[in-house]
Design a protein around this ligand. Structure first.
Ligand code: MLT
Length: 279
């Protein structure tokens, strides 16, 4: 993995391929390994850049990750700023200073993609919005996340995997793909409790960006698993319909993490979309 200094932390990044930059933003509470099975195929068309986000995987939380009471918290805007810095740095390094880049964000990564489109639309050439949503949390959901964060602070991440995995994967994955379930479990239990708590607190205070959707001026592929319980098909249909240049793909035999559950279909959907949009 390569390291890039992004503001106050060293971001750990895997990169591969040639072409326009495609930055990946993983979901919660995962790391860049979420996208590993799709990178070889996508690297035939893109320069794929897969970071561990601040506080996850090998990337430290840094000093920008606390709320006013000192509890760890990273807002979606902070992650978005980090990706903007990383994307600019890599564009410079590749001799394309100022080049716009593509972003593929899954679930929490989708919240980050929307924050980037809100804050820095001029930097984004297009996006892939996976298994996510545009609305803010209800008060009840936000309170649940804060409770989860406090629990993780006290007891660590070990119970998280058992609680989360049944709602993350499709019935087919649960039955036939034990290696995917094992990887999810390993990713979750290997995270730093402080980083996971910080991400949970950040998601709890994210903006409602439903009104941003009709204002997005670049092509966006809205993609999700056919049996994702957390981001159901109808809700992703509505998001794609609200974006002027929105397209839609549904990945078969997949729940909330299609890059692991059905990597070929996921990568093909992105390549098909990319072949059709104006470059
Ligand atoms: C994710 O996969 O990032 C989470 O499901 C996001 C969330 O908890 O809202």
């Amino acid at each position: 993995m390569k390291k890039y200094l992004v503001d106050d932390v060293a971001y750990y990044v895997n990169a591969k391929g040639d072409g326009p930059i495609l930055l990946f933003a993983h979901g919660f509470p995962f790391d860049g390994r979420l996208f590993e099975p799709v990178i070889d195929k996508l690297a035939t068309r893109f320069h794929c850049v897969v970071p561990d986000l601040r506080g996850f995987g090998k990337t430290a939380l840094g000093s920008n990750g606390h709320n006013s009471l000192g509890a760890p918290r990273v807002k979606m805007g902070r992650f978005a700023d980090d990706l903007a810095i990383l994307g600019s740095e890599i564009a410079c390094e590749r001799g394309n200073k100022g080049a716009r880049f593509y972003v593929c964000g899954l679930s929490m990564g989708g919240y980050i993609l929307l924050e980037l489109l809100r804050r820095r639309p001029h930097m984004i050439a297009g996006g892939i919005f996976c298994d996510s949503n545009a609305a803010a949390d209800s008060e009840e959901k936000a309170a649940g996340r804060n409770y989860l964060a406090d629990t993780i602070d006290s007891f660590g991440v070990h119970t998280l995997a058992d609680n989360m995995i049944p709602s993350l994967v499709s019935p087919k994955t649960a039955k036939d793909k034990t290696e995917v379930v094992a990887l999810l479990s390993d990713m979750i239990t290997s995270q730093s409790p402080e980083g996971v708590a910080a991400g949970a607190r950040g998601m709890a205070v994210r903006r409602n960006l439903v009104d941003l959707l009709p204002q997005i001026e670049v092509p966006i592929l809205v993609i999700g698993g056919d049996s994702d319980k957390l981001s159901p098909v109808e809700s992703l249909d509505a998001i794609a319909a609200a974006i002027p240049q929105g397209s839609r793909a549904t990945i078969p035999d997949s729940g909330h993490v299609p890059p692991l559950e059905n990597p070929d279909a996921f990568a093909d959907a992105i390549l098909d979309w990319f072949a059709k949009i104006p470059q």
